[in-house]
Design a protein around this ligand. Structure first.
Ligand SMILES: [Zn+2]
Length: 122
């Protein structure tokens, strides 16, 4: 089988639900894609990160804004590390863990400075 994301033909594929079953997606052909294991793993991780990002956005407070920025950095790194051509040649999924530490710390520091300024300026 050919992976419908990266095009690899040298590895097993799994059926992926484009709209997940828990969001009302079904087994109809236009909701299904054949993905190699690393692409499937990438999609599942991406979906979870995206959900977390949306939930932080909904909070509409300072912590929510901070975490939305953190999750945007994680998503961008996940996409970069698992671009289709990279997965096709590397053959494995790569986690964003350890690749976003510095950027995340900078975001958190910036929000902490903002928080301190607010707290002590009233
Ligand atoms: Zn693939």
């Amino acid at each position: 089988m050919k992976c419908s994301r990266c095009g690899a033909t040298d590895r097993p594929t799994e059926r992926h639900h484009i709209t997940p079953l828990c969001y009302g997606g079904g087994d109809e052909p236009d909701n299904m894609a054949d993905l190699c294991l690393p692409c499937h793993h990438y999609f599942n991780v991406r979906q979870k990160l995206q959900e977390d990002l949306e939930n932080y956005r909904k909070r509409n407070d300072q912590y929510g804004r901070q975490m939305a920025e953190v999750y945007a950095v994680r998503l961008a790194k996940l996409d970069e590390l698992n671009a289709p051509d990279i997965i096709r040649s590397r053959g494995t999924y790569e986690s964003y863990y350890g690749h976003t530490t510095t950027a995340e710390r900078e975001i958190k520091d910036r929000y902490y400075q903002e928080y301190k300024k607010q707290k002590f300026s009233v």
